[in-house]
Design a protein around this ligand. Structure first.
Ligand SMILES: Cc1cc2nc3c(=O)[nH]c(=O)nc-3n(C[C@H](O)[C@H](O)[C@H](O)COP(=O)(O)OP(=O)(O)OC[C@H]3O[C@@H](n4cnc5c(N)ncnc54)[C@H](O)[C@@H]3O)c2cc1C
Length: 317
């Protein structure tokens, strides 16, 4: 049994959800041998450091200098065929799911997305933004699945480092029709929402775009990323890149500070990976209090500035 795991990487560093995918791949029945594949436009971008795989394959093509999901999928399909892979696994990120969906279309096979675990009989996967766990049987000669981010821990490679081999996949002309041609950085102050250890979010309770000033101030003091609810992005107070939730970013910080957010299911789908939730809300009946570890009942426009002042006072004293 051979599992082929697609690893996303940025500038030669493998992203966290991709490091978690081999853990699930190696739990597949039958003493599975795990091969990993990365796509890069130069061999120099072969991932550095130990990886939880027996072998790493670097698919090298100019097209991989930017995100080109169909091209990456064609490379994966080529390699999977050569290895005789019995499963192809990817991270359940936006891009991981997109690439694996192309793999599924190319192979005309089903894809089980956002899986938590696999067993002989099938997979358990997250549906409906996390409000449902589905047990599904997959009838296919090759099992295609993605792994729900932060559902399993990344395990460092044991034993010898994996061998690294490069190959130049054959790509169709059509594969290059879909690719990123320009990237515009978001003005987030440097802390990425998806990876932040602390996230301070604001909801409709912030009241306005300007109402985010105390939330930004607290975030800066805590070296946190700023997030928000969809009510906020719909109002145009913050960009969609800041949105936490089912249709936003999934986060897994050590602490999530939710200010003026009611805790709708679709919002909680994005922050249930948080180790601790602190809710600041004027309404003691707000649904988020059912999920919160700590709560402050009060007006965020008083509580948040007072918290920042207390942190400053403690640090200067
Ligand atoms: C298909 C679909 C996908 C969706 N995806 C997402 C998603 O990805 N992310 C997301 O967030 N939502 C999503 N939603 C929307 C979601 O259902 C909610 O409408 C949204 O999360 C509500 O945002 P909110 O909590 O900021 O606003 P509200 O529900 O209006 O809550 C505001 C909260 O602020 C409190 N408040 C008000 N004033 C203050 C104050 N001065 N101080 C303290 N507290 C105060 C109130 O008590 C209340 O609890 C989705 C909905 C659908 C249908």
């Amino acid at each position: 049994m051979t599992a082929l795991v697609y690893l996303e990487q940025t500038d030669g560093a493998v992203d966290d959800p991709s490091l978690q995918a081999p853990t699930l791949a190696s739990s597949l029945a039958g003493g599975t041998e795990v091969h990993a594949v990365v796509a890069a436009d130069t061999v120099a971008l072969a991932p550095a450091g130990p990886l939880p795989a027996d072998a790493v394959h670097v698919a090298v093509q100019d097209a991989f200098g930017s995100y080109a999901p169909l091209a990456v999928a064609e490379a994966i399909v080529e390699l999977a065929g050569r290895l005789g892979a019995t499963s192809v696994v990817g991270p359940g990120t936006e891009r991981g799911n997109e690439v694996l969906a192309h793999v599924a279309a190319l192979l005309d096979l089903p894809l089980a997305a956002n899986c938590l675990s696999v067993a002989d009989a099938g997979v358990t996967r997250v549906r409906w933004g996390g409000s449902l766990l589905e047990e599904a049987r997959v009838d296919a000669p090759t099992l295609l699945l993605t792994v729900q981010p932060h559902a399993v821990a990344a395990e460092p490679g044991a034993g010898d480092p994996p061998s690294v081999e490069t190959f130049t996949p054959t790509l169709s002309d059509a594969a290059l029709a879909l690719r990123v041609v320009e990237r515009v950085g978001a003005a987030t102050g440097g802390v990425s929402l998806a990876d932040a250890r602390v996230v301070v979010s604001g909801g409709r309770g912030a009241g306005s775009e300007e109402g985010f000033a105390p939330i930004e101030e607290l975030a800066e003091l805590l070296e946190a990323a700023v997030g928000c609810s969809r009510a906020v992005t719909m109002a145009g107070w913050r960009p969609h890149t800041d949105q936490v939730g089912q249709t936003g970013t999934k986060i897994a910080p050590d602490i999530y500070i939710a200010c003026g957010i009611s805790g709708a299911t679709q919002h909680m789908a994005g922050c249930k990976g948080a180790k601790r939730i602190l809710a600041i809300n004027a309404d003691r009946e707000a649904p988020i209090l059912q999920s919160a570890d700590y709560a402050v009942i009060g007006d965020l426009h008083e509580v948040v500035p007072a918290s920042s002042a207390a942190i400053r006072a403690a640090r200067s004293g």
